[in-house]
Design a protein around this ligand. Sequence first.
Ligand SMILES: Cc1cc2nc3c(=O)[nH]c(=O)nc-3n(C[C@H](O)[C@H](O)[C@H](O)COP(=O)(O)OP(=O)(O)OC[C@H]3O[C@@H](n4cnc5c(N)ncnc54)[C@H](O)[C@@H]3O)c2cc1C
Length: 475
Amino acid sequence: VNLPVIETGDDYRTSLRDGRTIYFNGEPVKDVPTHSRFAVAVNVAADTYDRQRAGRQSGSTDPRYSQAMYPRTAQDLRDQVTRFSDPEVSKDLIWLSTHPSLLGIASAADDLAEALPEYSERMRVFVADCLRRNIRCMPTITDSKGDRSLGPSKQPDPDQYVRVVERTSDGVVIRGAKMHIRGASMLHELLVLPTKRMKPEESQWAIACAVPVNSPGVKILNAGWAIDREQSDYYPFSHERTVPLGFVVFDDVLVPWERVFLCGEAEHSATLVHNYGVWGRITEAGMMAADADLYVGLAMLLAEANGIDRIWHVRDKIAELIINSTLIKAGVEAAIANATPTRQGYLAPAELYTNVAKYHGAVNMTRMMTLLQDLAGGAIITSPMPGDLDSPETSDLVLTYMSGAGAADGEYRTRLMYGARDLIADWFAGHWQVLGLHGAGGPYAHRLVARKSYDVEHAKATARAALGLPDLGRR
Ligand SMILES: Cc1cc2nc3c(=O)[nH]c(=O)nc-3n(C[C@H](O)[C@H](O)[C@H](O)COP(=O)(O)OP(=O)(O)OC[C@H]3O[C@@H](n4cnc5c(N)ncnc54)[C@H](O)[C@@H]3O)c2cc1C
């Protein structure tokens, strides 16, 4: 209540100095904005605040940084999803993921309005307040889960799924851990949602709430890379796509009632994660569509620089990349074209196409990377380093022996190889691939939703009609 609005990049940096408990590699992080592992990501997020403010002040808001959250038209939705194609905007994953996260809460509020009006109203108030404060938040869904073959109530340790350990007149006390939370240490709010539908006997795990990152008892351990801006030559993509991933522990955290969105109503426990799913996945699919385009572009440039662009097997491989890229984009576009209006009058992407696009992108990413690695050749990982290009002792050697076909001189081809290595053959590539696969739920979840949203009855009727067979009903 009455928390300040974050206007500028410096406001954002200051907002992270709020007593939060953060660790990196076993050491407490005293100051997130200046810590070597977080500074790059914090600066990228701070730049977005400054750009948004500059737009507001000049009265000519850059549409790429528009803050409108609710898509009213197909074009609004398209603008949101295609922002990943913009190299500048796409750097700030935290900002780009905040609106889908809030849209998930807003649409769950709609779905729960009749059954649970009080929670629904709290969610609406919370979303409006987040927008007013201009903060960053992320769904905090994935539990530690212990033995995956056992539900929460059967785990030897009941804290393997975040649960309510106490209810008081002030609120609920929660305990457990949520994993892999993107940028957790640089957020303001953690949107804690149950990871799955809970059974009636699992009601203590049916908890959804919003938790400020600096709440007593929240402890965040981090994993991830950090490349500073000085290394941008060698890491042209990853040096600004760095976001630490948080292992978020809730060590008996008191959550006031006004921040509790579900507490024990197991039958509604899947509504929140389900609603977030479609927004999270369309965001990931948009990201993949942008990357797939980049893969096609890189493949063409590499083939030309290597002098192999007219060879049939190379053209064939590029055609395969183009087909994959187009199918992801087609899925995204179909999700937009078939978007459905919500009760509040904004548009939500179609579930079937959203899940299929995300699935297709995720499972074909390895194939696309392999094709590119093939076309690039070994220099993708062995090209001499930026210092070799600069040094008077070695520069000529690099320029001579890294040169390629036509006008592709040694520097051009070396820089091309840096880009390809960073995106598809180095540590960031592996990280990005896993993000594509598991982010916003793994492939199994997409298959489940695809099966549920496809009109199988219509498909069966079509097959029966084609064969002149009777309807035997369902077994
Ligand atoms: C880079 C990255 C960013 C992420 N960001 C976020 C975030 O911001 N917020 C968030 O909440 N989550 C986030 N996630 C988590 C993501 O949603 C999960 O990784 C994903 O849902 C898979 O869960 P898991 O990692 O626990 O894997 P697991 O659930 O352990 O899955 C491993 C394998 O086991 C299978 N499996 C697991 N349980 C069962 C079962 N009961 N029956 C059959 N098969 C099973 C799975 O299908 C899969 O094949 C992120 C993940 C990554 C990698």
